[in-house]
Ligand binder design. Structure first.
Ligand code: FES
Length: 104
């Protein structure tokens, strides 16, 4: 579909922080990095963990709270064991301080 869904206000996401939302039955994690807002699926591909409860490390990696595996927030690529399956990334646009996500 071609719909952009309102996910959160930019002000709700802390700098270098995460923010978990549920959109259309999907768990999504938002991130505020130095160069903008990013979004990925909210659950780790390795296990049953919410990435919004993890930590941003090295500027653009998300560290899972359960086994400390990592993913590149911008590409979804797994970057640290035990993560080996890519995380799905979602398109983001920001208009008037509101974050919209495009769910494919
Ligand atoms: Fe995320 Fe295992 S559940 S690294």
């Amino acid at each position: 579909n071609n719909d952009w869904i309102k996910a959160a206000e930019v002000s709700e996401v802390e700098s270098d922080g995460t923010f978990g939302v549920e959109l259309g039955g999907q768990e999504i994690c938002l991130y505020k990095l130095d160069d903008g807002i990013y979004a990925t699926d909210g659950k780790c591909t390795h296990g049953d963990a919410y990435l919004a409860q993890g930590f941003i490390v090295e500027g653009s990696l998300i560290e899972c709270p359960l086994h400390e595996g990592t993913f590149d927030i911008k590409t979804g690529a797994p970057t640290g064991a035990p993560c080996s399956v890519a995380l799905k990334c979602h398109k983001v646009k920001v208009t008037d301080g509101v974050i919209y996500i495009h769910l494919d």
